[in-house]
Write a protein that binds this ligand. Structure first.
Ligand code: MET
Ligand SMILES: [Zn+2]
Length: 765
């Protein structure tokens, strides 16, 4: 019989219970016990709900209060020395690593965060060195397996594999130069062995071990380590389901097929084409093949008929007992349940399926593949066929004007009028910025008042006019604040935006929105990605009224603020009937009109944020060029309609530039701001090495943490930046927007930032 399985479930709670509990705990309003109780309730709801959908293999252990990679670091005692001996509880150490801590005499920044493969989820990067002493501080997989059992649900525990853990890790500050985390594999394996042995002793039949790096080029060089590690682990463990996702095994398949595990999971949502090769490679083994047929990354209802016909190939070749119908990856990238949506039309609701509905889909698929004679199953399959054909009919309704405009794009549309040096002179005259100009990345604290005004507008208790007046007052005070603090290039603060992507989606044609479609981005930060459902266009100017209002209340230059085409695409749930490239170009054209309108309205610095360009990078290098070409072209299409004197900015919240540097250069933004505060400044070497000539603002402090950087810290930062970058190219700014911060720390931090920039002006005059 074909079994069904879910690889992981959203850990945020149906009503964002986890966010609420975690933040209440941080605020001192909830005790640690109360927090754990709230978390346990969410876990129980997840398990019992997945079970009620008829799923056979239900995940446990992947739940987290912050990040699942951080859970592993904490459980394995991979705690960097700066978080040890602080005299705080283990739970607080865990949160200190995730978000930094600055209370009661303790002052530690957060550990580095990175994007999880090509998703918008961020994990906390493990930091290892020769001194790391792995031990199993606690067995989370075991604890949650038992907890589920007590709740009446038998689960398949999930752990992140040892190779993944080490490949995702970085060398800590204590490590000697040249240290490679992977060298710790022999020291780490005993911990995994204990963990797995305990699971087995407790009766766990299967364990899901995630090794997502197996879909990347990097895995090939570790073929031997995978082999020896799994040979070791398989000795005394539940049956291991080696789990890959987000891509194809490709060249790694030959060695993966030989690993001594009991099952292999592959992603057929992203890479349906790999099924044939995988079947051939494992046919003569006894491996169980888990088919990722239901997308863990998107929200479209699965075409069950198509999925079943793909699945049938595996059943025919391997037999039903060796096949599992599964989600392609963990469902943590999808919202919890469609049941929470009351505003979507019946037509729209019928297009989608969220995590809980996807659990139902794998159960139906497994029944179909097992040739179930159950009339309920055939009825569900028929209903699914009807939904899918209705959606196809909708998809065929295109916006011809938009399609024609995309088809008519010429190389000239992608070019500024003159090269950067010429533009720079024009901009200097126009903007009159001092040396080491200070600016921010755009957003200022999104306070309770702002959120409540927005909620009142939605409810109708504030009229549109009242709301607009409120936003204007907000802009007044943010502008005044920046003048008082002494910043040079101002922003309006983005108070009108619920989210940098959602806001634009709401103004564009072609999007649809959920009320509760929250997805975890990092820690307790969740986003609600818009859904692109049809061709995209801009029916009217969007930000012009706010930016020009802001400019009207100050003499200092105002920077307009837009979200870039690639980021809007990557942070939305895209269509699957049209290529991402086409969707990106449609967005770029809509934004190009907005950029030109801003310029016409007297805004001469315009920032188009592309923080998501990098995470959209395909996982295999051979696929990079194609993506980078259309991604960079989209940015250029959006930004190149302006005069030389208009300064274009872009912003990225990451710092690993080396491998995509030529593309960053090809964006040809006049100024870019990047994250450089949490990582060391090695990143700037690339700018030096590649001869980057445009202006650049490497973030001087980390805004993801409430910690206030001292003036001295920022001066030191600037000083070390100047070792690598010419003084006349340097902007001074934080490393990202301030929307998640409070006013008190924002004011203190920016005052220090301005003071440090002023010091630099005299010091390096
Ligand atoms: C995630 S990048 C954020 C950029 C945006 N302009 C902001 O300041 O919030
Ligand atoms: Zn950012």
């Amino acid at each position: 019989m074909v079994l069904s399985s879910v690889l992981g479930f959203p850990r945020i709670g149906k009503n964002r219970e986890v966010k609420k509990a975690v933040e209440a705990y941080w605020a001192g309003k909830l005790s640690a016990d109360e927090l754990q109780t709230a978390a346990a309730e969410v876990r129980k709801w997840n398990w019992t709900s997945i079970k009620a959908q008829g799923v056979d293999l239900i995940p446990s252990g992947e739940f987290t209060l912050y990040d699942h990679v951080l859970d592993h670091s904490a459980a394995f005692n991979a705690i960097p020395p700066r978080y040890v001996g602080l005299g705080i509880s283990d739970l607080d150490v865990f949160f200190a690593m995730g978000r930094g801590r600055q209370t009661g005499g303790v002052d530690v920044p957060a550990a580095e965060m990175k994007k999880w493969f090509d998703s918008n989820y961020h994990y906390v990067v493990p930091e290892l060195s020769e001194q790391t002493e792995f031990k199993l501080n606690y067995n989370k997989a075991l604890a949650e397996y038992k907890e589920a059992k007590a709740a009446g649900v038998t689960t398949r525990p999930v752990v992140l594999g040892p190779l993944a853990f080490l490949i995702l890790a970085k060398a800590g500050r204590e490590a000697t130069p040249g240290f490679k985390p992977i060298s710790l594999l022999p020291k780490l394996l005993p911990v995994y062995k204990t963990l797995l042995k305990e699971l087995k002793a407790e009766g766990a039949e299967w364990v899901q071990i995630d090794e997502p790096n197996l879909v990347m080029d990097v895995a090939e060089q570790y073929a031997e380590q995978y082999a020896s590690a799994y040979a070791e682990l398989a000795k005394d463990a539940p049956k291991i389901m080696l789990t890959t996702y987000f891509g194809r095994l490709g060249s790694n398949l030959p060695f993966v097929a030989k690993l001594p595990v009991c099952g292999l999971h592959i992603d057929l949502d992203r890479e349906p084409g790999q099924l044939g090769d995988v079947i051939t490679a494992i046919k003569d083994t006894s491996l169980v093949l888990s088919l990722g047929l239901v997308s863990g990354r998107n929200i479209w209802k699965t075409d069950l008929t198509a999925a079943a016909s793909l699945g049938r190939k595996a059943v025919e070749a391997l037999g039903a007992d060796r096949v599992i119908a599964a989600t392609s990856s963990s469902l943590l990238h999808t919202p919890v349940t469609l049941e929470s949506e009351n505003k979507l039309t019946a037509e729209q609701k019928d297009w989608f399926s969220f995590a809980l509905q996807k659990a139902g889909e794998v159960a139906v698929l497994a029944s179909v593949l097992s040739d179930s004679q159950d009339s309920k199953i055939s009825q569900l399959l028929e209903e699914n066929k009807t939904s899918i054909s209705k959606r196809r009919a909708f998809e065929h309704n295109s916006d011809d004007a938009v399609r024609k405009r995309v088809a008519a794009i010429t190389p000239e549309d992608l070019k500024r009028k003159n090269p950067f040096p010429t533009r720079r002179e024009a901009q200097k005259k126009h903007l009159k910025l001092p040396k080491f100009p200070t600016t921010t990345i755009g957003s200022f604290p999104q306070t309770k008042e702002i959120r409540s005004a927005r909620a009142q507008l939605t409810k109708g208790s504030l009229t549109e006019d009242q709301y607009n007046d409120f936003i204007k007052k907000e802009i007044d005070s943010v502008v005044k604040f920046q003048e008082d603090v002494g910043l040079d290039l101002l922003v309006h603060g983005e108070p009108e935006r619920n989210d940098m992507v959602q806001y634009f989606g709401e103004q564009f044609q072609g999007f649809c929105f959920t009320q509760n479609g929250w997805v975890q981005s990092y820690g307790s930060r969740y986003v609600r990605p818009p859904i692109i459902v049809s061709d995209v266009s801009r029916p009217h100017p969007i930000t012009v009224q706010w930016s020009s209002y802001a400019q009207s209340v100050t003499k200092k230059p105002m920077k307009g603020m837009l979200t870039g085409p690639v980021t809007i695409l990557n942070w939305s749930f895209p269509r699957v009937d049209v290529s991402r490239e086409t969707q990106s170009k449609q967005l770029a054209l809509a934004l190009r009109d907005e950029v030109c309108d801003l310029e016409k309205a007297g805004i001469h610095a315009i920032q188009v944020d592309e923080p998501a360009i990098r995470e959209g990078l395909p996982l295999r290098r051979v696929d990079w060029d194609n993506y980078l070409t259309w991604a960079v072209d989209s940015f250029r299409l959006a930004t190149s309609g302006v005069e030389d004197s208009t300064q274009t900015h872009s912003h990225f919240c990451y710092s690993d530039f080396n491998d995509i540097f030529p593309s960053i250069q090809r964006l040809d933004a006049d100024v870019i701001s990047i994250e450089a505060s949490k990582s060391d400044l090695k990143v700037l070497n690339a700018f030096q090495q590649f001869g980057y000539k445009n202006e650049i603002g490497p973030g001087v402090y980390d805004i993801h943490s409430p910690r206030v950087p001292s003036e001295q810290e920022i001066k030191d930062r600037i000083k070390s930046m100047l070792n690598l970058l010419p003084a006349d190219l340097l902007f001074v700014n934080p490393d990202c927007g301030l929307k998640t911060r409070g006013w008190a720390e924002t004011e203190a931090s920016l005052k220090n930032l301005v003071a440090a920039a002023r010091w630099a002006r005299t010091e390096f005059a």
